[in-house]
Ligand binder design. Structure first.
Ligand SMILES: N[C@@H](CCC(=O)N[C@@H](CS)C(=O)NCC(=O)O)C(=O)O
Length: 213
């Protein structure tokens, strides 16, 4: 069985959601980003020397390790072309989804992190918050045509990734006024794959905490 390293309330939820949408059941291992421990005792430095999740360890002869959220969700979805979770490689529809995924990684996810960790000067924090709000506003506008999901009528990897980086409260970035985005978030919240991801995450985090107690 493959293994998926996750951290609490982070972008690894995107991989959990896509795995759940596909009916896949990787073993979940929790990585505590603060004390660097793992729920199964693995040395995470050996798993990913860069020290971040998600990492999917494939069930193959080489124990190949896939990191980078975009790569992991796209790879899983590409292996199930009938799922509708990602358009076929080489199509313009795929280019649009890749654009959205890259935008999410660079303009949203990685902009939140120094804010959440309170690493910025007040001026830097304000500049970054504005960038984040503008990025979410672009998504809100996109949803304004009545589409249910970011790419249209079908839930895709982009919905899973954007949802898993909705850290606006922790970053102090006000986006509650973006009504199309908030309605979309409620739709994602309600998906069984998402509810299961949250429950599974809470279970493995609790198990890890109980080991440390
Ligand atoms: N480039 C990576 C970055 C992933 C990342 O930033 N992961 C965060 C959680 S969302 C993490 O594990 N941070 C722990 C750390 O950097 O110490 C990706 O796109 O997947």
């Amino acid at each position: 069985m493959s293994k998926l390293y996750i951290a609490n309330q982070t972008c690894s939820q995107a991989v959990q959601i896509i795995a759940n949408e596909l009916g896949l059941t990787p073993e979940l291992i929790h990585y505590n980003v603060f004390d660097k421990s793992t729920s199964n005792g693995d040395d995470f430095g050996q798993v990913n020397p860069l020290g971040y999740v998600p990492v999917l360890v494939l069930d193959d002869a080489n124990d190949e390790k896939l990191s980078e959220t975009i790569v992991v969700v796209s790879w899983l979805a590409d292996r199930h072309p009938g799922s509708g979770l990602i358009p076929s490689p080489g199509t313009i529809e795929r280019a649009r989804i890749d654009q959205l995924l890259t935008f999410t990684a660079t303009e949203i996810a990685q902009k939140h992190i120094p804010l959440m960790r309170k690493l910025m000067t007040p001026e830097g924090a304000q500049w970054t918050r504005n960038k984040i709000v503008n990025a979410y506003a672009v998504l809100d506008q996109r949803l304004g045509d009545g589409r249910a999901w970011l790419n249209g009528d079908t839930f895709t990897v982009a919905d899973a990734y954007v949802w898993s980086t909705m850290w606006h409260e922790r970053s102090g970035a006000p986006i509650e006024h973006l009504e199309h985005l908030m309605a979309w978030k409620a739709r994602v919240d309600a998906r069984p794959s998402v509810r299961k991801a949250l429950q599974d995450e809470a279970d493995v985090v609790a198990m890890h905490e109980s080991l440390a107690a």
